[in-house]
Design a binder for this molecule. Structure first.
Ligand code: G3P
Length: 218
């Protein structure tokens, strides 16, 4: 399962990239706004730090304008993935961009029917927002299970299921159990994933007992 980080904060991206465990980055207009930086500058810097797919979202909603903005974004770096909304114009643009070999992440997916259309449009990634479905009393992970099952029925579908709007470690565990291809995770949640109090307690006990031996390995 691939781990992407869902942020435009370059310090967090650099820290996680240094672990060797980061496979990509997703951003969106809200995350760019939160960073306080110009989109072209911050995406270029992210693409220098992370070699995997870096999602940069268009701000346009009309077909021709989406293509115009996509043309600017994809020129930033070869690993830029153009992010488009799951709308008729967004899907039309996705199809056109994919014909030219541009990676496309179709975002704001909330139903299996939408995901089928994104695959028909040749999307490189589909981004179902599990947390926002949970917020309205639905089970976002049920959507992931449906999409993974539907896609598995058609070997010619190459669209990767990119679980987005992740709010806690359980989303990640459930996504892995289902077999989603990617999860894009806020930096603070990634740090929750590898922390466990019993690990800390056990390590402290090992270090205490080792110190008592008076030995050193190097
Ligand atoms: O990549 C989509 C993600 O940023 C949305 O997350 O928590 O705003 O639903 P959230």
């Amino acid at each position: 399962m691939k781990f992407f980080v869902d942020t435009a904060e370059i310090a967090d991206i650099r820290e996680l990239a240094a672990t060797g465990l980061l496979d990509g980055v997703t951003t969106n207009p809200s995350l760019i706004a939160k960073s306080g930086r110009k989109i072209l500058e911050v995406i270029a810097e992210i693409c220098e730090v992370v070699q995997g797919p870096v999602s940069a979202e268009v701000a346009a909603t009309e077909y021709k304008q989406i293509l115009a903005e996509a043309n600017v974004l994809r020129k930033i770096a070869p690993n830029v993935t153009v992010k488009v909304p799951l709308t008729p114009d967004g899907l039309k643009a996705c199809y056109a961009l994919r014909q030219e070999g541009t990676m496309v992440n179709v975002t704001l997916c909330f139903s299996a029917a939408q995901a089928i259309f994104a695959a028909k449009a040749g999307a490189s990634f589909i981004s179902p927002f599990v947390g926002r479905l949970d917020d309205i009393g639905q089970n976002g992970m049920d959507l992931i299970a449906d999409i993974v099952q539907i896609y598995s029925n058609y070997p010619d579908i190459k669209t990767e299921v990119l679980v987005a709007s992740v709010r806690h470690p359980i989303h990640l565990i459930e996504a892995a159990k289902i077999g989603a291809d990617v999860a894009t995770i806020p930096a603070n949640i990634i740090k929750m994933l590898y922390n466990h109090p019993l690990t800390d307690k056990g390590l402290a006990a090992f270090m205490k007992d080792w110190a008592a031996t008076g030995q050193s390995i190097v």
